[in-house]
Design a protein around this ligand. Structure first.
Ligand SMILES: *[C@@H]1O[C@H](CO)[C@@H](O)[C@H](O)[C@H]1NC(C)=O
Ligand SMILES: *[C@@H]1O[C@H](CO)[C@@H](O)[C@H](O)[C@H]1NC(C)=O
Ligand SMILES: *[C@@H]1O[C@H](CO)[C@@H](O)[C@H](O)[C@H]1NC(C)=O
Ligand SMILES: *[C@@H]1O[C@H](CO)[C@@H](O)[C@H](O)[C@H]1NC(C)=O
Ligand SMILES: *[C@@H]1O[C@H](CO)[C@@H](O)[C@H](O)[C@H]1NC(C)=O
Ligand SMILES: *[C@@H]1O[C@H](CO)[C@@H](O)[C@H](O)[C@H]1NC(C)=O
Ligand SMILES: *[C@@H]1O[C@H](CO)[C@@H](O)[C@H](O)[C@H]1NC(C)=O
Ligand SMILES: *[C@@H]1O[C@H](CO)[C@@H](O)[C@H](O)[C@H]1NC(C)=O
Ligand SMILES: *[C@@H]1O[C@H](CO)[C@@H](O)[C@H](O)[C@H]1NC(C)=O
Ligand SMILES: *[C@@H]1O[C@H](CO)[C@@H](O)[C@H](O)[C@H]1NC(C)=O
Ligand SMILES: *[C@@H]1O[C@H](CO)[C@@H](O)[C@H](O)[C@H]1NC(C)=O
Ligand SMILES: *[C@@H]1O[C@H](CO)[C@@H](O)[C@H](O)[C@H]1NC(C)=O
Length: 563
């Protein structure tokens, strides 16, 4: 502890909070242009230097600031040795899958030395989203925030904060993440867990060599701060809190919520959460902290990242206080926290929950062990939906759909599992075998869909954050154990369920979501734990065109990367 004093005295502030309504935002809808240069840069954390892939040499990458209604053009130029693609996580991209970004789903990657301009409109959304690489494990360092301000003259539906800041939570490995990924693939096992968690790229003073690597924000007594929190970690769901202060949740995944107050939030990879922080405590120094939630005995990086909230005028010599976060295995907190999340459902921001369902889907989430001749022990772990482990194609699925190229994918993804079993009963250690394939499900334009995601005990139960591209969905129900189609739907919330783009399927439980398939194109759906995505825990929906000329996939941009 003694060495901390010195460390904290030397700590310099990296951030003083963005003043709302600053120069970044124009009054009228405008076109915002950004240049993203994908560059390799040496950075040092935890006393180790290593080259990382960055955007414009920054980690985390630059924030995209827009106003609802703006058009955005991001010219991504790839100077790195890896193929690249960028996903604008949570942006709906109406008819415009070409700008969505997942490699081999909506585009082929931007190859070394090439550029691609992502062009999209920000329509009907406001709040916090984020962007990240959507190829390999590169999103570990290639990510940043997207801040969408409401239209000029439209206030937030909560007390106006005085200032705001983004808080990106991440994971850090000593070695190149691509080496980590390769090692996992070679062993057919999960690779080493991360060496640190980070807050805005910095692990904080609980880690060595962190003098310059601590995020600090200065606050003024009596002021209110909007924190835009993003979980950019690859594999870890995280708790986050600030010592001595409550947080008021007002928005998730760029959808306003009914405000509620909590000591900690739970945030899964892919999710965003906006909270209000009132600087209303005894002026001092307080830690903000993030550490994982994992309620099964699997290996996880359980280390705590910290940053500092410092009241103006308080010297750096005052030792900060640590917050009490829930235990890593606190299932009860996780379930009760998620239950508190409700859509605002106001006249201005209604929750348009589909009440009638055209198509019922039931997908099981499972693990398996498959033969792997190139793996160290001849087997590898795989993950599947309805017993199908997804195989990536060699060209973009959206191109195959749009240009009617045969043989790239099939549209026979089953609506329910072929074998029923006691999904969450005794652990099934026996190898049940897994099918592989590029199998998609076709949805009629503007049909309403209910999808129940059911966790299983195939090898192990685990919590899985599922992300759907191109849409928000409503989380109408969730439960522990096996979904009961006879009893559970009666308990759905069809009034003000939370609307979002990424949802956790609880450990050994299920989650029911509903959405209207009104965005034509090919839309990826996957577990947002990168480890599981790589193991095949993914599929895609082909949403057909509607009959109107404004209900079809737009033509691809001229600079769409070739395969
Ligand atoms: C990064 O550091 C390594 C070793 O210190 C050096 O060989 C390499 O040239 C550096 N790379 C960049 C992009 O600066
Ligand atoms: C994108 O950036 C690259 C590299 O600076 C440049 O050569 C290219 O012309 C830009 N593309 C557009 C559409 O501006
Ligand atoms: C964005 O909006 C402009 C102006 O309304 C329209 O011309 C353009 O087609 C839209 N682009 C996309 C990708 O939706
Ligand atoms: C391979 O099997 C051996 C013997 O059971 C075991 O010690 C080792 O950890 C395994 N390695 C991998 C990568 O599975
Ligand atoms: C993973 O961790 C083990 C044990 O700490 C270490 O020996 C190994 O080098 C690590 N692998 C990588 C790729 O860092
Ligand atoms: C935080 O909220 C809890 C529960 O509502 C309350 O008991 C506590 O006093 C609040 N703490 C602060 C610092 O506002
Ligand atoms: C974190 O994990 C390590 C190794 O798995 C374990 O020894 C330690 O007790 C754990 N710490 C906490 C706080 O759970
Ligand atoms: C959760 O972890 C705590 C501390 O590591 C332990 O005491 C407790 O028994 C665990 N609870 C459950 C339900 O596993
Ligand atoms: C998965 O598919 C394989 C191969 O068809 C089959 O043997 C196995 O029973 C299936 N498992 C489940 C859980 O459906
Ligand atoms: C499923 O397994 C659980 C745990 O073993 C058991 O309690 C439950 O009764 C089983 N359900 C059915 C329908 O067999
Ligand atoms: C989709 O269906 C709903 C309900 O029938 C209807 O109100 C809406 O206009 C339709 N949307 C489109 C784009 O056709
Ligand atoms: C990069 O992408 C192109 C186009 O899909 C592919 O042909 C090439 O093999 C990829 N390179 C690597 C290193 O994966």
């Amino acid at each position: 502890m003694a060495s901390w004093d010195r460390m904290f005295q030397r700590l310099s502030f990296v951030f003083f909070g963005l003043i709302l309504g600053s120069v970044f935002f124009s009054a009228e809808a405008a076109t915002k242009k950004y240049q993203f240069d994908i560059q390799v840069k040496n950075v040092s954390r935890l006393c180790h230097a290593k080259p990382i892939v960055t955007v414009n040499g920054r980690f985390p990458g630059p924030t995209i600031y827009v106003r609802e209604g703006d058009r955005v053009l991001v010219n991504v130029t790839n100077h790195a040795q890896y193929n690249m693609s960028i996903h604008w996580h949570g942006l709906k991209q109406y008819r415009n899958g070409w700008a969505d970004g997942p490699a081999y789903v909506t585009q082929c990657p931007i190859q070394t030395g090439s550029s691609y301009t992502y062009g999209f409109n920000v329509t009907g959304q406001r709040g916090t989203l984020w962007w990240h690489a959507h190829i390999l494990w590169l999103r570990a360092t290639v990510h940043g925030a997207i801040v969408i301000m409401p239209k000029q003259g439209t206030p937030f539906p909560f007390p106006q904060p005085d200032r705001e800041t983004e808080i990106l939570l991440g994971e850090w490995w000593h070695i190149d993440v691509e080496e980590v990924e390769k090692q996992g693939n070679k062993n057919g096992l999960p690779p080493n867990t991360s060496d640190a968690h980070t807050i805005n790229g910095k692990p904080g003073p609980l880690f060595p060599c962190s003098e310059k690597h601590t995020f600090a924000m200065e606050v003024e007594q009596g002021k209110t701060y909007l924190l835009r929190i993003i979980n950019a970690a690859l594999n870890d769901e995280l708790f986050f809190g600030i010592a001595g202060h409550n947080l008021t949740v007002v928005e998730v995944d760029a959808v306003y919520t009914k405000p509620f107050t909590t000591q900690s939030i739970l945030i899964a990879p892919g999710q965003t959460t906006n909270v209000l922080l009132k600087a209303n405590q005894v002026p001092g120094r307080y830690f903000m902290a993030a550490r994982p939630f994992l309620d099964v005995p699997l290996s996880v990086d359980n280390k705590t990242a910290t940053g500092i909230v410092q009241y103006r005028g308080i010297p750096n010599t005052v030792l900060p206080v640590l917050p009490q976060l829930p235990n890593p295995n606190d299932t009860k907190f996780a379930l009760s926290y998620n239950k508190k999340l409700r859509s605002l459902d106001s006249q201005q921001f209604p929750a348009n929950v589909p009440l009638k369902v055209d198509r019922n889907l039931f997908y099981t989430v499972g693990f398996g062990k498959d033969p792997c001749p190139t793996c160290v022990n001849g087997t590898r772990l795989v993950a599947s939906l309805n017993n199908i482990s997804f195989e990536m194609p060699k060209i973009g699925l959206l191109q195959a759909h749009y240009f009617n190229i045969k043989g790239v994918y099939r549209t026979d993804f089953p609506d329910r599992p072929q074998t029923t079993f006691n999904y969450t009963g005794a652990p099934l250690t026996a190898n049940l075998g897994t099918l592989t394939g590029t199998r998609l499900s076709k949805l009629a334009f503007n049909s309403t869909v209910e999808l129940v995601l059911q966790d299983t005990n195939l090898l192990t139960v685990e919590s899985h954050p599922f992300h759907l591209h191109g849409y928000n969905f409503f989380v109408v129900g969730t439960g522990i154990g096996n979904f009961d189609p006879a009893k559970d739907p009666a308990k759905y919330n069809l009034v003000d369920p939370i609307e979002r783009n990424t949802v956790g399927v609880p450990t050994g439980g299920w989650t029911a979501i509903r959405f209207r398939a009104d965005n034509p194109g090919v839309w990826f759906m996957h577990c947002h734990l990168e480890l599981h995505t790589g193991w095949g825990l993914k599929t895609a929906f082909v949403v057909e065109d509607g009959s109107g000329s404004d209900q079809t996939v737009m033509p691809p941009p001229k600079d769409l990367p070739p395969c």
